[in-house]
Design a protein around this ligand. Sequence first.
Ligand SMILES: *[C@@H]1O[C@H](CO)[C@@H](O)[C@H](O)[C@H]1NC(C)=O
Ligand SMILES: *[C@@H]1O[C@H](CO)[C@@H](O)[C@H](O)[C@H]1NC(C)=O
Ligand SMILES: *[C@@H]1O[C@H](CO)[C@@H](O)[C@H](O)[C@H]1NC(C)=O
Ligand SMILES: *[C@@H]1O[C@H](CO)[C@@H](O)[C@H](O)[C@H]1NC(C)=O
Ligand SMILES: *[C@@H]1O[C@H](CO)[C@@H](O)[C@H](O)[C@H]1NC(C)=O
Ligand SMILES: *[C@@H]1O[C@H](CO)[C@@H](O)[C@H](O)[C@H]1NC(C)=O
Ligand SMILES: *[C@@H]1O[C@H](CO)[C@@H](O)[C@H](O)[C@H]1NC(C)=O
Ligand SMILES: *[C@@H]1O[C@H](CO)[C@@H](O)[C@H](O)[C@H]1NC(C)=O
Ligand SMILES: *[C@@H]1O[C@H](CO)[C@@H](O)[C@H](O)[C@H]1NC(C)=O
Length: 426
Amino acid sequence: MDDFRWICVMVLFTGLVESQVPPNLSCYSPRPFSPSCIDKYAAFPGHLNCEYGPFSGRPLHTNDTGTYFVMETSIHVEQAQIAYLHNKIRARVSPTASDMTKLKENSGLGSTAERFARRCTADSTWYQRAMPGGFLVGQNHLYSNTALTWTDVIRKWESENTTFVYGSTGNNPSLVGNYTQIVSSETSSVGCGSAQCSGFYLYICLYAPMLDPVRINKPYKKSNKSCDDCPGKCNGTLCDYGGLICLSGSKLNMTTFRCDCVSTVRPGTYNDSVCFLNCINNTDSDPDCSGSLIGTCGKNIDTMFRCPWMCNVCPYSDRNWNPILISKMPWEKGLPDCTTTPPPTTTTTTTTTTATTLTASTSRVTQTSAGHSFATSPAIPAIAGSSVATRHNSNAQLQNGGIAVAFASELYIGCTIIMMLNRFTS
Ligand SMILES: *[C@@H]1O[C@H](CO)[C@@H](O)[C@H](O)[C@H]1NC(C)=O
Ligand SMILES: *[C@@H]1O[C@H](CO)[C@@H](O)[C@H](O)[C@H]1NC(C)=O
Ligand SMILES: *[C@@H]1O[C@H](CO)[C@@H](O)[C@H](O)[C@H]1NC(C)=O
Ligand SMILES: *[C@@H]1O[C@H](CO)[C@@H](O)[C@H](O)[C@H]1NC(C)=O
Ligand SMILES: *[C@@H]1O[C@H](CO)[C@@H](O)[C@H](O)[C@H]1NC(C)=O
Ligand SMILES: *[C@@H]1O[C@H](CO)[C@@H](O)[C@H](O)[C@H]1NC(C)=O
Ligand SMILES: *[C@@H]1O[C@H](CO)[C@@H](O)[C@H](O)[C@H]1NC(C)=O
Ligand SMILES: *[C@@H]1O[C@H](CO)[C@@H](O)[C@H](O)[C@H]1NC(C)=O
Ligand SMILES: *[C@@H]1O[C@H](CO)[C@@H](O)[C@H](O)[C@H]1NC(C)=O
């Protein structure tokens, strides 16, 4: 692992040196690029993976590694414990669930969560966290004046269970959002990170796929008997699919143990095993992509899955996308290479989460005012999305390693990607 980090540092350094010399060094220097900002995130204006460091928060469980997040081995142990704590809650929901799945820890989500926590603000929208070509990512957070254990943090979220009423239409997302995300049966992975900020601690957990806001009143299926939906895959009271994850808005089919892909797209857009995205047909087929869905990529949570071309998900998130052809440093793209606003260091405590920024309407979801704030929020540099220095992601190397590797690779930011690129192209 030490080697790994050295390679990473060297590649980062080499990458900088090899790049075209920026026209205004005094301007560029104070703003290091974010190694997690690859094309597919850069195509999403305001994406959190494209935010610049330095981060103001210090990670709680490890040494401060400076501007860039570098995953430490200790995070793996911690993430397994975090998944265990979540599964304890999922296993004892009341009323009983027939389709509750066992969550699996994901260190990629964990490292991303820590990166987000080190911003020292939990403010974010689902659009800024989405893994294009992967899934939507839900977020729970907790600000605290004192350092807490993950047991404390997760119990605090669980205590919303006294407010939550299964099946009621009166559940207030801002009061039960953390709990319902924890007991969302469609969620399969979790990863958490924390940071010490000036005067407070911030705890963030990320969940994939995100709880669909239309399911807030019924985040799982209730039944008199647990595991009713997954005979043969039951462990205790949880359905255990061994960490199978369904990508691209697809749903786990408990009968076939496969993922049912979004079906309104052109044939071949989603690979039918776990619904990998293939940007093979350079246009969308859902009639709504040229109609009512236009301009709703940041507002309707399913638009990016139904219209991957319209929403900039294609071609950037295609497994075979070769970003070397187009990735450019900001100045190469003719964009300003200075942030116009300083990196976020605010310590606001008025926060919103996924659930509070979404209101359900029919089967789609429309984002309310908070949802639009990603474009103008002072916490996010206005040009961050498009002006960041993108790095090269060689997705082609990722496709044969199976679901786990593909998933982790989607999320495991920065160094791995750069290291692999270096290895495979040299
Ligand atoms: C470099 O950027 C700084 C900050 O924006 C600006 O004040 C300065 O004039 C620029 N220098 C050149 C040579 O463009
Ligand atoms: C920080 O890293 C140094 C060197 O690797 C190590 O000796 C020290 O114990 C670490 N501190 C913590 C709090 O992990
Ligand atoms: C609700 O959450 C609290 C706090 O974690 C827990 O002690 C209690 O058992 C939970 N109640 C139910 C019915 O799950
Ligand atoms: C999640 O929990 C934190 C800490 O209790 C709280 O500040 C926040 O409002 C909750 N969010 C939702 C959506 O329930
Ligand atoms: C659950 O149990 C109750 C009482 O035993 C029964 O009336 C009801 O039909 C059962 N529901 C299901 C879905 O089996
Ligand atoms: C059931 O879950 C427990 C706890 O996570 C685990 O130790 C055990 O191996 C699982 N059993 C099977 C058959 O997967
Ligand atoms: C699961 O897949 C089977 C076979 O393709 C299909 O008949 C069934 O409707 C699917 N179940 C759900 C809930 O979509
Ligand atoms: C592209 O879309 C067309 C029209 O829907 C379809 O007939 C064709 O099979 C698709 N191409 C591939 C490679 O799947
Ligand atoms: C779907 O993806 C898997 C994993 O990359 C691959 O092995 C399989 O051949 C693909 N299937 C199709 C029909 O493209």
